[in-house]
Design a protein around this ligand. Sequence first.
Ligand code: HEM
Length: 108
Amino acid sequence: MENNETDGKGVKYYRLSEVEERNSFKSTWIIINNKVYDVTKFLEEHPGGEEVLREQAGGDATESFEDVGHSTDAREMASSFLIGELHPDDRDKFVKPPVSTSAQESTR
Ligand code: HEM
C-alpha cells in the first residue's frame, strides 16, 4: 500500500541463495509466487501454525500456500510481510513448465 511493491522501482530482489539462508526461527523467509516474505514475526500468529511455515522456510511455499486455499484476508496479510521479490534469474528454478504429458500424480 504505501509500499510500492510492483512499481518496478523500489523492488528489492533477493537471490535464491539468500532466501535459502533464512530458514531458521531466527529468520524465516518464504517465497510465494516469486515474492519473498519475511514471516519471522508471523510464525506464532499464523492460524495454520508455525510448523508449516518452518517447513517451507528458505524455499518456495507457493504450492502449499495455494493448496490451503488461503482467504483474501490471508493474502492481504501476506503483503504486509513482503520484503521483495525473487531475482528474475532464480525464478526459473521454480517455474514448473506445464508438462501435461502422461498421467502424473493424481491430485489428492
Ligand atoms: C505470508 C504467508 C501466510 C499468511 C499471511 C498466512 C495466513 C493465514 C491465515 C490468515 C489463515 C486463516 C485462514 C484464512 O484466512 O485463509 C491461515 C491458515 C492456514 N495456513 Fe497460512 N498463511 C501463510 C502461509 C502459509 C503457508 C506457506 C502454509 C503451508 C505451508 C500455510 C498453511 C496454512 C494452513 C494449513 C492453514 C489452515 C489452518 C486451519 O484451518 O486450521 N500458510 N494462514
